[in-house]
Design a protein around this ligand. Structure first.
Ligand SMILES: C[S@@+](CC[C@H](N)C(=O)[O-])C[C@H]1O[C@@H](n2cnc3c(N)ncnc32)[C@H](O)[C@@H]1O
Length: 260
């Protein structure tokens, strides 16, 4: 490894709306010699960089990470783009996993992570403050973890009365699993518990609706959707649009999780 090794910044461009991307991320994109990422995310930064663009397929995270690190090892100034926040189900851990696996190979490369607005935050802001108390974030994708682990975590989170944000909720390859996941949660929640459905949040095609566990329809959901399932204390306001729901900052001190 030469002493002229460059840098890799793993950045989050936010959920899609360009002014939701931080100035720090934009500055790094503008200065970079190379932009590496899944094609649609590279498209998002194309207009504010003169760096060389390296588009790759969505399923090759490890290859993409090694490619970025190898470029930086030759002295290049590399930006790896993720949607939302790069540390949440995205490239930051995929890249650090490569550093971990390959020890000394990229020791001289300067690696940093620049945060972005994650999908759950963006959706929450659209409807009020459903994440105002304890919450957890669970990916329903079973590509990198077994389904039985997912359902076990869902059951535990639901039993503990967390607000639950669900990422990667439903794909063409697993159209039925979302209904099974919601059934697990419903065992611990009242039927009228709010479910906030956000599709393409922050993009031109944005659709945000609030339903409840009874009326939730899994077929309205795809991989461009994030869900927030309320806890026992999440409340709805009688307002037609905008700020309509929140989870209070306080929680009853009897500690008892209400039974559905
Ligand atoms: C691989 S994860 C990446 C998450 C991303 N790093 C983040 O922090 O938002 C992809 C999932 O994020 C959610 N997602 C990302 N951007 C979204 C958006 N603009 N609107 C709705 N959901 C989004 C969806 O659940 C999608 O299946």
């Amino acid at each position: 490894m030469s002493s002229t090794a460059g840098r890799v910044s793993v950045v989050g461009v936010g959920p899609g709306r360009s002014h939701w991307c931080t100035p720090a991320v934009r500055d790094r994109g503008a200065a970079a010699t190379d932009i590496v990422g899944y094609g649609p995310y590279v498209d998002l930064v194309e207009t504010w960089t003169s760096g060389r663009l390296h588009r790759s397929d969505n399923r090759v995270e490890a290859d993409r990470a090694r490619h970025a690190l190898d470029l930086a090892a030759t002295g290049r100034d590399v930006v790896v783009v993720s949607s939302g926040d790069p540390g949440i189900f995205a490239m930051a851990s995929a890249l650090i996993e490569q550093l971990d696996a390959h020890g000394d190979r990229w020791r001289q490369v300067d690696v940093e992570v620049l945060p972005g607005i994650t999908a759950a935050q963006a959706l929450a802001s659209r409807v009020g403050a459903p994440l105002g108390h304890d919450f957890c974030v669970i990916s329903l994708s079973d590509v990198l973890k077994p389904w039985h682990v997912i359902t076990r975590r869902l059951a535990a989170a639901a039993a503990a009365d967390f607000v639950i944000a669900l990422y990667n909720p439903r794909s063409r390859h697993r159209p039925e699993q979302l209904a099974d996941a919601m059934a697990v949660v419903a065992r611990h929640r009242r039927p009228e518990t709010p479910v906030i459905v956000g599709r393409h949040v922050g993009r031109d095609a944005e659709q945000v609706t609030i339903v409840d566990l009874r009326t939730f329809d899994p077929t309205t959901v795809d991989m461009s959707t994030v869900l927030i399932i309320g806890s026992s204390t999440t409340r709805l306001l009688d307002r037609p649009l905008g700020v309509r729901t929140y989870t209070p900052r306080s929680y009853p001190d009897d500690g008892a999780v209400p039974k559905p």
